[in-house]
Design a protein around this ligand. Structure first.
Ligand code: SF4
Ligand code: SF4
Length: 136
């Protein structure tokens, strides 16, 4: 396989931003069928810790912990990590993870199409990061 440069994987940022925008109404409880009830209920400290490590290791970004009593990356306006720095959280949607679909066919089609693109881009980025690390 030809080696992919880290710069060539920058499209991943916009793909994960698109995913965050797509899922936001579901997570806020306003996206109709398959929406969260209660809204924004699945964040947990271990995912914040994973995000802190991934952001540093894969993107060279040192995220600052917030004052939140339980979630180190939760700020007053929501998660302070950009969507590409927390791919597990960005891709997570409880109905999809638990049941395999939300019941909203149009949404599910868009979600899985985007998720396929993201998985490919994530794979290429991980390979590029690994190659860079080996060189250093
Ligand atoms: S992933 Fe599920 S539980 Fe978490 S905020 Fe979104 S809809 Fe709610
Ligand atoms: S979305 Fe942000 S605050 Fe919530 S678990 Fe993930 S990293 Fe933590």
């Amino acid at each position: 396989m030809s080696m992919v440069s880290l710069d060539a994987t920058d499209g991943l940022k916009s793909l994960l931003r698109k995913m965050a925008d797509l899922t936001a109404p579901k997570c806020a409880g306003t996206g109709g069928v398959g929406s969260c009830n209660p809204p924004h209920s699945c964040c947990s400290p271990e995912y914040c810790e994973m995000t802190l490590g991934y952001a540093k290791e894969s993107w060279g970004v040192e995220l600052q912990r917030t004052e939140h009593p339980r979630l180190p990356l939760m700020g007053p306006l929501g998660c302070i990590a950009e969507p590409h720095l927390r791919p597990l959280c960005t891709l997570h949607l409880c109905k999809i993870n638990g049941l395999g679909c939300t019941g909203d066919k149009k949404f599910d089609k868009a979600y899985f199409k985007l998720r396929d693109e993201i998985n490919t881009a994530l794979y290429l980025r991980d390979a590029a990061v690994e190659a860079k690390t080996k060189k250093e």
